[in-house]
Design a protein around this ligand. Structure first.
Ligand SMILES: *Cc1c(COP(=O)(O)O)cnc(C)c1O
Length: 399
């Protein structure tokens, strides 16, 4: 890594994450706009098919965003008032909110501070402390791009009769190594019932707004397709009444309009073609950060050099986090904090959760900072980020 005297100030502000739109992406969207269908055209199914292949799942359902994906999953798994579901407090609120949309109760298990992932031992303890049947599901999150060990989660889920929704928004292309030594890709549906992804611009693949559900269950797949479009079906095999004309369709249950338009899918498809390239660059950047921070006192890297890490986020932990956040801002580096623990949100506190309930995630929150990590970040820009952080940690405390 270059020393600070040779570091130049970048010509653009550096956020923690940003999209990468190429001329090919633009051309793909323009072509979709000139085609016959603005909303549900042929690109939707094509994007779903290619995405399922990329992830290694049998089925994929494109939806309007990651939150809609979570909502549809909770509906398809029949979350009901009075049921309880376990998730991690270290996630975007949407991972928990989908249970609330269906009237269910959310419980949390604290994190493993070495990884930021939900601690499955704590999940087991929580399950054992309640009567069997009290909990119906588990929503683990591949936090920052690090894959949850879903083989272990599945064992736990089977012992207690739970379904699993894997929130894989941070981890397309990520994987963990199972007990047989096989790479298990995030969202491949091998252990989890359903997995969800987001195509918000800060995620690996951008469609504007957008999301995807993947599964290996044909039954859940068909149900999700119907729920995505008002609960309506036209499939002759599914109709409960005799059609009285070519227009005939049935609304069989209360669904939503959570469809993803054709031109968004065109953007997603074009982005998907470069997904491995972007992932490789993220891993390269992570290795460079790891090397720069290893000898830097006062900076701890969350889960350095873990195989299969998809690096949606690159997280460091420091003592004076608030000061570092403000200092970086003066340097045009816009770091972010992921996340304020879900149970500390006023909405969840009103449901009875309190500060101190999950001390490990609360301690993590006090020190974490997500620094720039996106495929178009250049080596020179990254060197500048490292130099600014070094300047901060080496400066006398008074700043
Ligand atoms: C982004 C994200 C979501 C929500 O996705 P949207 O497309 O923004 O609705 C849910 N869970 C996690 C972990 C996320 O990062």
């Amino acid at each position: 890594m270059a020393n600070s005297s040779s570091i130049s100030t970048p010509s653009r502000p550096l956020p923690y994450g940003r999209q990468h739109i190429t001329d090919a992406d633009v051309a793909a969207v323009v072509a979709a706009l000139h085609a016959d269908y603005l909303t549900q055209g042929p690109t939707v199914g094509k994007f779903e098919k290619h995405f399922a292949e990329y992830i290694g799942a049998k089925y994929a359902v494109a939806v309007s965003n990651g939150t809609a994906a979570l909502h549809l999953c909770a509906l398809a798994l029949n979350v009901q008032p009075g049921q309880s579901v376990i998730t991690t407090p270290l996630t975007f609120s949407a991972s928990a909110n989908c249970v609330r949309y269906c009237g269910g109760e959310v419980h949390f298990a604290d994190i493993d501070p070495a990884t930021g992932l939900i601690d499955l031992q704590k999940v087991r303890a929580l399950l054992e402390a309640h009567p069997k049947g009290y909990f119906t599901g588990l929503i683990p999150v591949d936090f920052a791009g690090l894959a949850v060990n879903l083989e272990e989660a599945r064992r736990l889920a089977d012992d207690f009769g739970l379904w699993i929704i894997e929130d894989a928004c941070h981890a397309p292309g990520g994987f963990f190594i199972d007990s047989q030594g096989r790479e298990q890709r995030c969202g491949n549906g091998y252990f989890a019932d359903l997995a969800i992804f987001s195509f918000h611009p800060v995620k690996h693949i951008a469609t504007g707004e957008g999301g995807m559900i993947t599964t290996n269950s044909e039954q859940l797949f068909h149900h999700l397709l119907r729920l995505r479009t008002h609960g309506i079906t036209r499939d002759p095999a599914d109709l409960v009444r005799e059609p009285d004309g070519g227009w005939y369709m049935e609304m069989q249950e209360l669904g939503y309009n959570y469809r993803l338009p054709d031109f968004n899918c065109a953007l997603g498809l074009s982005q998907l073609a470069r997904a491995d390239e972007g992932l490789a660059r993220r891993r390269q950047l992570a290795a460079r950060y790891d090397a720069a921070f290893a000898p830097m006192p006062g900076v701890t890297v969350l889960a350095p050099a873990t195989p299969g890490h998809a690096y949606h986020l690159y997280v460091i932990q420091v003592e004076r986090r608030r000061e570092l956040y403000d200092f970086l801002k003066t340097k045009q580096i816009f770091a972010q904090v992921h996340y304020i623990p879900v149970h500390r949100m006023p909405y969840y506190e009103a449901l009875g959760w309190r500060a101190g309930d999950f001390p490990l995630v609360e301690n993590y929150y006090a020190h974490c900072l997500s620094i720039p990590m996106f495929p178009t970040l250049t080596d020179a820009e990254q060197d500048y980020v490292v130099a600014c952080i070094r300047e901060f940690v080496e400066a006398p405390h008074a700043r």
